[in-house]
Design a protein around this ligand. Structure first.
Ligand SMILES: NC(=O)c1ccc[n+]([C@@H]2O[C@H](COP(=O)([O-])OP(=O)(O)OC[C@H]3O[C@@H](n4cnc5c(N)ncnc54)[C@H](O)[C@@H]3O)[C@@H](O)[C@H]2O)c1
Length: 311
């Protein structure tokens, strides 16, 4: 099956590489405003493709996306070039919204004309309001935001470091926005099925508000820590996008925290979502503590306001 990637910057390249290594597509098409860059990338990666089950890596125009089952959209301004790298700025990635909404108004129509049946995976920041806009522009429901899947992996990694346990044994999710108003679902975190407070006690790890705040800040501003080192957050999100593509293409019907439009709430946000061939098939409503409930309410208000601005 064919996967398209629109935007061959740092994130587009990482998405392409991870998709190639995962071997979940038979064909990969790269579309970029400056075609030379996409051509160079496709040529380079194409020489490694015989080591993967992806047979063809090409570059092209929007029309070459025809027949794609899923399209990752990474075109746009990133946090560094858009001035969204201040940890004390409550707007965070939302600062990029106006500029990237402008770009989405240009790129979504030709994408949907070329590939009307594709699942559209919005990666550009801020992905949740942009996925809301994409759904309006595309006129269908097969629109995902990478949402808080990456944040949830970061949460598991930081918890794993504290506990000295592999993150694969930890179940923990970040919900809401891929941004500063996100909610850490502490009340449902488990280690090998054991509730987190019990696991912390049994492992003899200190718990308390300071540990929570430290982990939340490490996760919430992980992008800025990465940018301070390598200029752009890219590899982790590339791996996340390849995994989402695999879930969709294989029609896995697995449940992951992912961004999708929620008709009950009227916003695009991340909740645990059942994902398959047509995108997010259903969102689950997890039980929340009072604090988490209040946090989610605030997050929904934030998303509603920004959605209104770009309608
Ligand atoms: N969802 C996530 O978790 C996540 C993680 C990391 C980065 N991001 C976001 O991904 C986006 C891409 O980041 P990057 O580091 O690859 O940036 P980059 O500057 O390296 O690449 C941006 C790409 O967008 C293209 N582009 C810009 N304006 C365009 C236009 N008008 N039409 C078509 N293409 C256009 C450029 O040609 C370039 O290929 C940013 O918004 C970044 O913040 C999201």
């Amino acid at each position: 099956m064919k996967i398209g990637i629109v935007g061959a910057g740092a994130v587009g390249a990482a998405c392409a590489m991870a998709t190639l290594m995962r071997g979940c597509a038979s064909e990969l098409v790269l579309v970029n405003r400056a075609r030379d860059r996409a051509r160079g990338m496709a040529t380079d990666m194409g020489y490694g493709a015989p080591l993967s089950s992806t047979a063809r890596v090409t570059e092209g125009d929007y029309s070459d996306l025809a027949g794609a089952a899923l399209i990752m959209i990474t075109a746009g301004v990133n946090e560094k070039s858009g001035g969204a790298t201040d940890r004390s700025d409550p707007l965070g990635r939302l600062r990029l919204l106006d500029r990237n909404a402008e770009i989405y108004r240009k790129v979504i129509p030709p994408i949907t004309t070329a590939a009307p049946d594709a699942v559209l995976l919005v990666v550009t920041d801020p992905p949740d309001p942009l996925a809301y806009l994409t759904r309006e522009l595309a006129g269908h429901e097969r629109v995902l935001s990478t949402g808080t899947l990456l944040d949830s992996l970061r949460f598991r990694v930081h918890l794993g470091r504290r506990l000295r346990v592999a993150p694969t044994a930890i179940e923990a999710q970040v919900l809401g926005e891929h941004g500063t108003s996100q909610i850490f679902h502490w009340s449902a975190a488990r280690v090998g099925g054991v509730p987190l407070p019990d696991a912390l006690e049994q492992f003899g790890v200190m718990q308390g508000d300071d540990v929570r705040t430290t982990i939340e800040n490490e996760v919430r501003y992980a992008n800025i820590t990465i940018i301070e080192g390598i200029g752009a957050s890219q590899y982790g999100i590339g791996m996340v996008c390849a995994r989402i593509a695999e879930i969709v293409l294989r029609d896995e019907r697995t449940v992951v925290p992912i961004g999708a439009y929620n008709s009950k709430l009227g916003v695009t946000l991340s909740l645990p979502g059942l994902v398959g061939r047509d995108g997010c098939l259903q969102a689950l409503e997890p039980p929340l503590s009072n604090d988490e409930h209040a946090g989610l309410k605030k997050c929904i208000e934030t998303l509603r306001k920004v959605q209104e601005r770009i309608r």
